[in-house]
Each structure stands twice: as structure tokens, then as C-alpha cells.
Ligand binder design. Structure first.
Ligand code: C2O
Length: 545
């Protein structure tokens, strides 16, 4: 294992898409940001310097951060923001993970443009559990707004209404030929006949789950969220914001046509306002000897926008590899059980304001009716220095504040309280968490992301979770291991994990507007007895608020 050094200068860059130029916050002037490459076991040191007027933090999404919580990055959770003109060095070791993850800004909506791939190769000499691909290609999905995303979110929060939606989805920052004024900004994947390619697919879009497919080709899923899965072939994959998926693409041995479109566009189950446009890239065969530049491009057939049956079937196919080399260490017994409702709600409009949310209220979102209020100093600092009493409480409810039927239309638990509450867990607690989506049935699912851990998805279903019947159907053998899971609209998921990482760990919906509305909470995991089970003190350059 080696140490890898990176320098991330956060600076403005003019970028033009859809014939619209704007100045965006970037890493090193690049959009999307540069690739971060390391091997399992390596130490990664990234010096982030803030050269813009916004405050910034960077989160290494999916990196376990064992004993290195100070490097996790969510603003006001593990650190105060890096202020203009300041630097902070993120220093972490990649332990027990290999695959694709990504990094992104973790403050306000800056992750719209501040994001890039993290590629974790296996340890030197350790092969993939599948045939070595000829080439590897990161593909990061994003969203392009003609407007400044900081303006979009601050307007939404001020008016209490829904934010404006994006103008385009992108593949590696490029919207592609299906948008006006965009054909020259098209992602191209050039392949040689018969060769196999590993596509490292990342959904960095702010607000939408995406279907993705390539015309006339099937793809084989081999890894999600930096965990190997039992390979399976599919035409279309589904990926929520915050998820990553590695797929193998085998180029045809000889292709009558040499150009195909690949497309991504949302899976959204219902009425809400969302960008329902399609981004496309080009799959181009090299050396076919056929000049097909003028042939009509074939387009993939994506499932319908609201095809929940497809989405569910796809998700149910994901299984841990669970091999001797990569065992699935699923907690077989549980120390503590939690039941969280996750969903949208409303809060009253302040007098002297007019609000644009439902019936003149403000949109809000919550976990167990708590809309998590970010503190003005970082929770992890408060925890480490014994000042938690001033900053947060440890009484996050284990269950919703009152029980009812969660699948009614509309559900009746949409009220929220603003509070900074956490769950405090002893070191190495084995946790079972059932999350029930309380969105009005048929509207949207919530991709819940947990920092600091991978979890196993032991069960999922539709309707109300039944604690007497459903646990008997849990998969404790080869459930998929990941860091982000879509809690289906009108349904639930059950996850299990060992709280073996001391620190303060954010958990939230990875739909950015839902984070802004409060669909977020934090777990505090206490130190264990051994030195290797304790959170070390913060680095000297940790930013102060
Ligand atoms: Cu990628 Cu807290 O998120």
C-alpha cells in the first residue's frame, strides 16, 4: 500500500452547455472533477483549498472512514466548512473496499458541479472476481441547471415551494444530442469489436433516480457501491442518486451498425415536478471497416418513467457475491431495532410571509417527524470535546411519534418538528433499521444514504411493514451490501449493520431537495475499549466555525 497525494483547488470556471454559459464552482477548473484513483489499503491525502466565495466541504461518498471521521466531510456534521482562502487536508485509508465510489461537495447544493469519480482498484496482484476488462471507463451522471444552483435552492427555501428543475441530465458533464444546442457536447465511448469494457457508473444527479440502457447491448452488473455482487445481465439498470454500479459491456464481435445511443432518464413514480428529459451518449465501434456515419442511430428502449415493476425487479436481483474471498458479514442477531418513517411533509408558513408549498404551507421533510436542523458548529467536534449538551440531544425517537397506516393518500403524519436529535449507540452495536416511505403512495422513493458504514439490505416490500410477519422473509445469507438504498414509494426496506466505527455519522435522503427540507439525521457511535476502536483527536487544521 502507498500514500497518494491530491490537490483540489476549489475555483470558479466558465462552462457552456445548451448554449448557456455560467460560472460554476469546480475542482481544479474541471467539470466533472478529476478522477481520484487508489488501491484498496492505500492512504489518500487530499489538500482542499477554497478559492471561491462560498464555504465548501468535500465528502468521500461511500468511503468507510474507519477511525477517520474527521475526514468524512458533511458540513456541520463532521466538520465546519472550509472558508474562503483556507485549506483543509483530508487524510484517510481505504480499508476493505474496492470498486467505484465518488466524491462531492457536502454543503448546500454545490455538489451539482463539485463531484468526481473515486476508483478503488483491488490490492496489487488481486484479480477481479470476473475476467479482466480490456478497458475501464468512469461514467458519472449529473444534472445541468442553466441557473446557479445556489440561487435555485435559496429561492426554494425562501418561498417554501418546490425548486426549479434542471434543464438536462449529463454523462461526464455532457448532455448529449437529444437536447437543443448540445450535439457537440456528447459523451462518446469508443470500443473495439469483441472486447469487454468495465463501465464505472455513478449517479451524481441532484434529484433523480435514473434508468440507463444501451441500444442493442446488454450489460452485466458486477458491483454496486464498491461491493461485488453476483453478476447478472440486464438491458437496463436503475441507479439512485448516491449509488454507484459497475457493469461489464461486451462489444459485439462484429457489428452491422457501428454506432448506438446509450440513454439515461428518470424513474419517478408520480406527480412531483421533475426534469423528465433524456441524456444520451454514443457507443462507437472502432475498426469495423464499415462507415455507418449516415445510418440512423439506434436508440435503447427504456422502461416507462413510472415503471415500478421494472425498478423493483431490478433491485431484487442484487445479491452479495458472498464468496469465500468476499464473505457477506451480515449481522445474524440484532442488539437494537429502529423503525424510521422517511418522507415529505409540510411546516406552517410564518405569519407575514406567503408560502408556495401545499395549501400555503412550506415544504419540509423528516425522519420520524423530526426535520433535522443543522447546528452552527460540527456535531463531531461537540461530541469529541464533550460539548454535546450545547449542540444536540441524544433522544432521536426509535419509532415514529404515533402509529398509523403509512400507505394512505395522503398519509397523516406529515407534520414536522425541527430539532437536532441523534441516536447514540455503544461501540459495535448490531443495528436493524426498517425505513418506511411515507410519501403519498405513487410519488417517489427516497434513496437513503448512511455515512461511515456499509449496510446489508435484508428485506424490502410494499405496504406497511409488518413486524410479526416480514422478518421471517429476511435474507441473512447474501443480501446486497451498499451505502445507499431506495426506500420504495408506498413501501419499506430493512437494513442491518454493525456500528463498528466511532464518530458521528450522517444519514439522509440523497435527493438534494429532500436533504435541504430536513430528511436527515445523525448516529453517534461511541468509542470501544481498545485503542483501535477509538476516534483519534482531530487534525490541527480542522476548520472552525
Ligand atoms: Cu453523498 Cu451525505 O452524501
Amino acid at each position: 500500500a502507498i500514500t497518494r497525494h491530491y490537490k483540489f483547488d476549489i475555483r470558479l470556471q466558465n462552462v457552456t452547455r445548451l448554449c448557456h454559459t455560467k460560472s460554476i464552482v469546480t475542482v481544479n477548473g474541471q467539470y466533472p472533477g478529476p478522477k481520484l484513483i487508489a488501491r484498496e489499503g492505500d492512504r489518500v491525502i487530499v489538500k482542499v483549498t477554497n478559492q471561491v466565495s462560498n464555504n465548501i466541504t468535500i465528502h468521500w461518498h461511500g468511503i468507510r472512514q474507519l477511525q477517520s471521521g474527521w475526514a468524512d466531510g458533511p458540513a456541520y456534521i463532521t466538520q465546519c466548512p472550509i472558508q474562503t482562502g483556507r485549506s483543509y487536508v483530508y487524510n484517510f485509508t481505504i480499508t476493505g473496499q474496492r470498486g467505484t465510489l465518488f466524491y462531492h461537495a457536502h454543503i448546500s447544493w454545490l455538489r451539482a458541479t463539485v463531484h468526481g469519480p473515486i476508483i478503488i482498484l483491488p490490492k496489487l496482484g488481486v484479480p477481479y472476481p470476473f475476467a479482466k476488462p480490456y478497458k475501464e471507463v468512469p461514467m458519472i451522471f449529473g444534472e445541468w441547471f442553466n441557473e446557479d444552483t445556489e440561487v435555485v435552492i435559496s429561492q426554494a427555501l425562501q418561498t417554501g415551494g418546490a425548486p426549479n428543475v434542471s434543464e438536462a441530465y449529463t454523462i461526464n458533464g455532457l448532455p448529449g444530442p437529444l437536447y437543443n444546442c448540445s450535439a457537440k457536447d456528447t459523451f462518446k465511448l469508443k470500443v473495439k469489436p469483441g472486447k469487454t469494457y468495465l463501465l464505472r457508473i455513478i449517479n451524481a444527479a441532484l434529484n433523480d433516480e435514473l434508468f440507463f440502457s444501451i441500444a442493442n447491448h446488454s450489460i452485466t452488473i458486477v458491483e454496486v457501491d464498491a461491493n461485488y455482487v453476483k453478476p447478472f445481465a440486464t438491458k437496463t439498470l436503475l441507479i439512485t442518486p448516491g449509488q454507484t454500479t459497475n457493469v461489464l459491456l461486451k462489444a459485439r464481435p462484429n457489428s452491422p451498425n457501428s454506432r448506438f445511443l446509450m440513454e439515461a432518464r428518470p424513474y419517478a413514480t408520480g406527480l412531483g415536478t421533475f426534469d423528465n428529459t433524456t441524456t444520451a451518449g454514443l457507443l462507437e465501434y472502432e475498426n469495423t471497416g464499415i462507415s455507418s456515419g449516415n445510418l440512423p442511430l439506434l436508440r435503447p428502449k427504456l422502461p416507462a418513467l413510472n415503471d415500478t415493476a421494472y425498478a423493483t425487479n431490478f433491485t431484487n436481483k442484487l445479491r452479495s457475491l458472498a464468496s469465500a474471498q468476499y464473505p457477506a458479514k451480515v449481522p445474524q442477531t440484532v442488539d437494537r431495532k429502529f423503525f424510521f418513517t422517511v418522507g415529505l411533509g409540510t411546516s406552517p408558513c410564518p405569519t407575514n410571509q406567503t408560502c408556495q408549498g401545499p395549501n400555503g404551507t412550506k415544504f419540509a421533510a423528516s425522519v420520524n417527524n423530526i426535520s433535522f436542523a443543522l447546528p452552527s458548529t460540527a456535531l463531531l467536534q461537540a461530541h469529541f470535546f464533550g460539548q454535546q449538551n450545547k449542540v444536540f440531544t441524544a433522544d432521536f425517537p426509535k419509532r415514529p411519534l404515533f402509529p398509523f397506516n403509512y400507505t394512505g393518500t395522503p398519509p397523516n403524519n406529515t407534520f414536522v418538528n425541527n430539532a437536532t436529535k441523534t441516536v447514540v449507540l455503544p461501540y459495535n452495536t448490531s443495528v436493524e433499521l426498517v425505513m418506511q416511505d411515507t410519501s403519498i403512495q405513487g410519488i417517489e422513493s427516497h434513496p437513503l444514504h448512511l455515512h461511515g458504514f456499509n449496510f446489508f439490505v435484508v428485506g424490502q416490500g410494499f405496504g406497511n411493514y409488518d413486524q410479526t410477519k416480514d422478518p421471517s422473509k429476511f435474507n441473512l445469507v447474501d443480501p446486497v451490501e451498499r451505502n445507499t438504498i431506495g426506500v420504495p414509494a408506498g413501501g419499506w426496506v430493512a437494513i442491518r449493520f454493525f456500528a463498528d466505527n466511532p464518530g458521528v455519522w450522517f444519514m439522509h435522503c440523497h435527493i438534494e431537495i429532500h436533504i435541504s427540507w430536513g430528511l436527515r439525521m445523525a448516529w453517534v457511535v461511541m468509542d470501544g475499549e481498545l485503542p483501535s476502536q477509538k476516534l483519534p483527536p482531530p487534525p490541527a487544521d480542522l476548520p472552525m466555525c
